[in-house]
Structures are given as C-alpha cells and as structure tokens.
Design a binder for this molecule. Structure first.
Ligand code: ATP
Length: 311
C-alpha cells in the first residue's frame, strides 16, 4: 500500500476573528496529482501557505513524510518543493546558475549539486537553455525553470500554485504534460481554477469553499459529478413539451423559443442517442443537439452550500 507523504489533520486558520479555513482534513499519497480547487477567497492559499510552512496555523496539524511541520519544521520542509503563482526567478542569471543557487539554498551537499541541477534540467527539458539568461526565455520555458527549482532537491512533495497562469495554449499543454511526468514519482498538489486542467492532470480532487472541504474524491467521482445533465435541442418541427417530458430519464423540459428546447436528464449516460432515434421516427427535424457542460464556477456555486464527501 502507498504511504502518505502529506497528512493534514483538522487544519483551521483564523486571521483576526474570521476563520479562513476550518477543519480541513486530507492525505496525499506518494505519487499522482491532487487538485486543490476553490473559488476566489475559498481558502486555497491559506491552506497551501500552511502546508509550505510559511504560515503558522491556528489549529490542527500538518505532517510531511511523517514529520510534524509545527514541531519539526526543518526536517519537514526538506521534503517540499514549491512553485508559487509567480515563479521566484532571478531574470539576470542563467538557468544553470539559478538552479545551482536554488540547490545550495536547499542545503544540498556540495558534491551532489551539479548532478541535481543536471537532473532537474533534464526532467524539465531545459538543458539546452542552461546558458541562457532567464529573462530571455519564453513564458513557458520560464515556468519550466520555476518547476525545475521546485524539484531540484528531489523533494517527495511538490506544490504548484496555478502553474499554467498566463501561458499560451501550446505552453499550457506542455506544462500539463510535464506535471504528469513529475507526478509519476512525486506527490503533487496543484492549485487551479481551470476545469480542463483539473480533468487533464489530476488523479484526486479536493474542493474548498468558504474555508471548508466540500468535495473529496477521485477524478472519476469528480467527472461523474460534473457530467452534463442537460442538452439543447434545435428542431424544425418540435413535438409538444409534454411529449418531450415523457422520454425516459428526462426530468424537465424548458422551451427557449419555437425551435430550441433545453432538456434536463437524470441518467448517468446522456440521452442524446435516444432523442436522435425519436426524432428520426417522429420527424422532429432535429438539426443540432448540444450537451451543456457545467463551468467550474457553477460547480463551486452548487457545492458551496453543502458538504459532499465521496469515497
Ligand atoms: N492576511 C490576511 N488577513 C486577513 N484575511 C485574510 C488574509 N489572507 C486571506 N484572508 C482571507 O481569508 C480567506 C481565504 O483567503 P485565501 O487567500 O486563502 O483564498 P484563496 O482560495 O487562495 O483565494 P484566491 O484564489 O483569490 O487566491 C478570504 O476571506 C481572505 O479574504
């Protein structure tokens, strides 16, 4: 069985009188990506800052590789690599100089530093830019350097705070791929607002709203939860609303205009195929059928009112 690298127990934090997070509990296994989701002000940064040892929690405990972060901070922090939202880069030095400096900051023994820097550059595919001054790299490659500094000391646990923010679509795909590669042998905690990012990279999801954990589950649980549950139909000769209502698994029908209807359904599989068959046999003149996907904002809004924990 896989061991836990991170264990968060009953974590709560209060700034002045207001609780920013309350009774957060989770564990992160040795490998894979755990997505930490939440809308603005939900408590993600507070949680991450505590786990990184930047902020001292009001209550609860954090264990990193078995070491209590509060009582044994030096040993616990050895196991963390962190890429904050804005990568802490020094623009005027080269990639290799910067990573060497980071390795020393991480108190690596001198004889291990050059091997560690080589390994991190290779992993992030930046070896060919080793002599390039950081300010002359593209945004995507600067982000790779940021990720390289987070893994240079080969920590067991890597925290990435919105790592694809501000990148172009190609760079985003490449960084997501890199994150998955890193997660093959590190535990990764990824904070993001972007639904496709969650679905492309995460194995497990924790969602925080108003400082409380409102969802904890695997990516399959999450995908089931966010699966489309309505379709928009465009038809030349639509049937009556009551006819649409009688289709098996249809829970509600809304008329948008004479040719467009929104059909809500309960089934775990969507009902498009059934509607296409009915349209052909009843001449509804079905022109288009569009699945309506929920945005992450909608999901946050839905979950913010209720506590939902899936196993
Ligand atoms: N230094 C602080 N002093 C007082 N309140 C704070 C402080 N930092 C955060 N808060 C409050 O704590 C709550 C959680 O904030 P936090 O920054 O952890 O959320 P977040 O999920 O990271 O949001 P975002 O995605 O906008 O960064 C918010 O209500 C915020 O206003």
């Amino acid at each position: 069985m896989e061991n836990s690298i991170v264990k968060v127990e009953h974590l709560s934090h209060r700034y002045n009188v207001q609780w920013a997070i309350q009774d957060i509990n989770f564990e992160i296994k040795e490998k894979g990506v755990l997505g930490l989701l939440g809308s603005n002000g939900a408590g993600k940064s507070t949680t991450m800052n505590i786990i990184c040892g930047v902020l001292n929690q009001t209550a609860g405990e954090v264990y990193l590789n078995g070491y209590n972060l509060r009582t044994n901070p030096v040993e616990a922090k050895r196991h963390i690599g962190f890429l904050p939202q804005k990568a802490p880069l020094y623009p005027d030095i080269t990639v290799e100089e910067y990573l060497t400096y980071c390795a020393f900051l991480r108190q690596m023994p001198q004889k291990e530093v050059s091997i560690a820097v080589e390994r991190a550059m290779k992993r992030c595919d930046i070896s060919h830019f080793r002599h390039r001054v950081i300010s002359n790299l593209s945004g995507g490659y600067q982000q790779r350097v940021g990720i390289a500094q987070a893994i240079v000391h080969n920590p067991k646990f890597v925290i990435l705070d919105e790592p694809t923010n501000g990148l172009d679509p190609n760079q985003i795909v490449e960084i997501r791929y890199l994150i998955k590669e890193i997660a093959a042998d590190h535990a990764v905690l990824l904070s993001t607002h972007i639904l496709p990012e969650v679905q492309a990279t995460c194995n497990n999801i924790q969602m925080i709203e108003h400082g409380k954990l409102v969802f904890a589950g695997t990516i399959d649980d999450f995908n089931n939860y966010v699966a489309p549950s309505s379709v928009i139909l465009t038809m030349d000769t639509p049937p009556s609303m009551s006819m649409l209502q009688t289709i098996e698994d249809v829970s509600a029908v809304e008329k948008i205009d004479d040719y467009h209807y929104r059909v809500h359904f309960n089934a775990s599989n969507n009902i498009s195929e059934k509607i296409v068959q009915l349209s052909v046999s009843n001449n509804w003149g079905l022109k288009e059928i569009t699945l309506e996907r929920q945005s992450l904002d909608n999901i946050f809004a839905q979950l913010s009112g209720k506590i939902k924990t899936l196993k």
